[in-house]
Ligand binder design. Structure first.
Ligand SMILES: NC(=O)c1ccc[n+]([C@@H]2O[C@H](COP(=O)([O-])OP(=O)(O)OC[C@H]3O[C@@H](n4cnc5c(N)ncnc54)[C@H](OP(=O)(O)O)[C@@H]3O)[C@@H](O)[C@H]2O)c1
Length: 298
């Protein structure tokens, strides 16, 4: 879409910054909604890309609405708990509607949480709550599901245990899971933001691998023998989540230990698996594989 202006909330963050860059690479005008007082270096990185800045209070629709003028799609890549995912995104939504922005991409970028009921994953339940507001509104919304960021496999996600040379799994070692790099998620989101005819949901995955597949792959990439390590059943994981949440609730943290365990359970139980994929919707995206991510770490 020539001359489109895309408004990005969360552009100072990891994914949002990459979405802004991908949009600029496609020639779009990008306006970033940034908070008053955001660190100067974060703003400078965006300014170097040619991104226009709109400093606003994200709690105030009257500040956000003027920043929406002439925008064809609002993309959110905010990160946070209820005050951000439900409250701030509702302010964005209300402002977008008031300013006649036709399309909205919420900050989902996850496994498909519509496939399991509320109560199983706190952070994804917040997105589910926001969806209720989104789907009651007049705006055309598109959620991007990408599974897990593939980069998490190099450390943050307790699946590949590099020092122990084990790949940990719960339940079924052959359950395939979806992994997409952050850059590929950003590139696809940018294309979706510029596409006026997106459906409500788009599903992407750079790779779909089981714990057993990962064991073979990480052994090949490192030249060291990794083995599968069964941590327990999904039932046991459920019990551990309940105990961890009772003992160390840390409810105001984004990622307390039990929250990471909830994501593990959702991925290993298979219900959130993405199918069918929309990878081929936009030509020219060369999907990175988990092998590429692990090789880069090595
Ligand atoms: N599928 C996966 O494996 C996976 C992994 C990680 C993230 N994600 C998803 O990707 C999306 C973006 O995450 P990210 O890792 O890129 O986040 P991030 O780097 O932490 O960036 C978060 C952005 O949100 C803004 N923000 C934070 N708190 C805010 C608040 N209280 N009010 C307003 N703005 C606030 C930040 O602004 P400032 O710069 O002003 O602080 C920043 O622009 C989220 O939906 C997240 O769940 C998915």
């Amino acid at each position: 879409m020539k001359d489109a202006t895309i408004l990005v909330a969360g552009a100072t963050g990891n994914l949002g910054g990459r979405i802004a860059r991908a949009l600029r690479e496609r020639g779009a005008n990008v306006r970033a909604l940034v908070r008053h007082g955001t660190a100067r270096d974060r703003l400078e990185r965006l300014q170097e890309l040619g991104v226009e800045m709109a400093a606003v209070d994200l709690r105030s629709a009257s500040e956000v609405t003027p920043a929406c003028t002439g925008v064809s799609c609002m993309v959110s890549a905010l990160q946070g708990l209820r005050d951000v995912i439900v409250v701030a995104q509702t302010v964005l939504l209300d402002a977008a509607i008031k300013a006649h922005v036709p399309r909205f991409i919420p900050s989902d970028y996850s496994i498909d949480f519509t496939k399991f009921p509320a109560g199983e994953n706190r952070n994804l339940d917040l997105r589910r709550d926001f969806h209720k507001r989104l789907d009651e509104s007049s705006i055309s919304a598109t959620t991007i599901y990408n599974g897990a960021f593939a980069e998490l496999l190099t450390g943050q996600m307790p699946l590949i245990l590099f020092t122990l040379k084990r790949v940990l799994y719960w339940g079924n070692p052959d359950q395939r899971m979806d992994f997409t790099t952050i850059d590929d998620t950003a590139a696809f989101t940018a294309r979706a933001a510029l596409d006026p005819s997106t459906p409500r949901f788009l599903r992407i995955a750079g790779d779909q691998l089981s714990a057993r597949d990962l064991t073979v792959l990480v052994s090949e990439v490192t030249g060291q023998e990794f083995k599968l390590f069964r941590a327990g059943s999904l039932g046991l994981l459920g019990t551990m989540i309940r105990v961890a949440r009772a003992v160390a609730p840390a409810e105001r943290q984004l990622f307390p230990a039990w929250q990471g365990m909830q994501y593990m359970r959702n991925m290993f139980d298979g219900r959130a698996k993405l199918d069918p994929l929309d990878n081929d919707r936009y030509p020219g995206i060369c999907w990175a594989k988990v092998r590429d991510v692990l090789s880069a770490r090595n």
